[in-house]
Design a protein around this ligand. Structure first.
Ligand code: SF4
Ligand code: SF4
Length: 230
C-alpha cells in the first residue's frame, strides 16, 4: 500500500527506492519501502506491569490493537482524542508523556461497555481504561479531573448521609465538578421545591438506608486500593 502523502512527513526514516531488483523481480518504490531501525527512549516498561497487576487492568496484555473498541466507542463521537486502543498502546509502551497529553480525554469514559462487548480478544476494555486512568492519578501525573471530583463528592455525601443522596448535595457536587453552573436563583428555586416537598427535613436529618452498617462496610472495602490477588 502506498504511503499516503500526508503521512510522509510524520513517518520518519522511510527508505524507498524507485526500483529494486530482488531475485530477478523488480520491486517499485511502493513495495520496497521500509523503516529505518530506530531507538525510542523515555518509555517506562513498569507501567504495563503495574496496570496488568490490578483487578481492573489484568486483561490489558491480551489486546492486539485491532481498534474495534475505538471504532464503536460512545465517547469517541464527542471527543476525537478519546480512544481506548490508543490508551492501551501508550500504557503498554510506557509512554507516560503521551498519556499525560490526553488527560483531558481519558477520564471521559461513560462505562457503556460497548468496547468490552465487541473486543475480539476478551479484553475488559472499559475496566482497562479505568485502570490506566487510575495509574495516572495514583502516580500524581495528572490533575484531578471533573469526573473524579464528582465521584468523590458523591461518595462523601453517601457516606455522611447513611447511604442517601439529596438533590441539593448532588447539584452542589455537579456544580463543583463543572458539569453544571448553579446561580443563586437556581439554589433558591431548588430550596423552595425541597421545602414544599418536605425533602428539606431529609436533608437536615437524613434517615439511613436499610442495613446501612453492612452497606457501609461494602463501600469501605470497595474504596480500598485494588490489587490483583496472586
Ligand atoms: S477491541 Fe480489544 S483487541 Fe481490539 S484494540 Fe480494542 S482492546 Fe485491543
Ligand atoms: S465503556 Fe468507555 S471506552 Fe468503552 S465504548 Fe463506552 S465510553 Fe468508550
Amino acid at each position: 500500500m502506498p504511503i499516503p502523502e500526508l503521512e510522509k512527513s510524520i513517518i520518519k526514516g522511510v527508505i524507498q527506492k524507485d526500483k529494486v531488483v530482488v531475485d530477478g523481480v523488480e520491486i517499485d518504490g511502493t513495495w520496497n519501502a521500509f523503516l529505518m531501525e530506530r531507538t525510542q527512549t523515555g518509555y517506562d516498561p513498569t507501567v504495563w506491569d503495574e496496570i496488568a497487576n490490578t483487578l481492573e487492568g489484568y486483561t490489558i496484555s491480551a489486546c492486539w490493537q485491532c481498534g474495534t473498541c475505538t471504532s464503536g466507542c460512545t465517547m469517541r463521537e464527542y471527543d476525537p482524542n478519546y480512544g481506548p486502543r490508543k490508551f492501551i498502546d501508550l500504557a503498554r509502551k510506557g509512554d507516560k508523556q503521551g498519556l499525560i497529553e490526553l488527560q483531558n480525554s481519558i477520564w471521559r469514559c461513560v462505562s457503556c461497555q460497548k468496547c468490552t462487548h465487541r473486543c475480539p480478544k476478551g479484553v475488559l476494555v472499559e475496566e482497562v481504561v479505568h485502570a490506566i486512568h487510575n495509574y495516572l492519578h495514583k502516580h500524581g501525573l495528572v490533575k484531578k479531573d471533573p469526573g473524579t471530583i464528582f465521584d468523590e463528592l458523591f461518595l462523601e455525601t453517601v457516606m455522611k448521609n447513611g447511604g442517601r443522596i439529596s438533590e441539593l448535595t448532588l447539584g452542589a457536587a455537579s456544580a463543583k465538578a463543572g458539569f453544571v453552573s448553579l446561580g443563586v436563583k437556581d439554589l433558591i428555586m431548588m430550596s423552595g421545591a425541597m421545602l414544599r416537598s418536605g425533602l428539606i427535613k431529609e436533608l437536615m436529618k437524613p434517615s439511613k438506608v436499610k442495613n446501612w452498617d453492612r452497606v457501609k462496610k461494602v463501600l469501605e472495602e470497595a474504596m480500598k486500593e485494588e490489587v490483583r490477588p496472586e
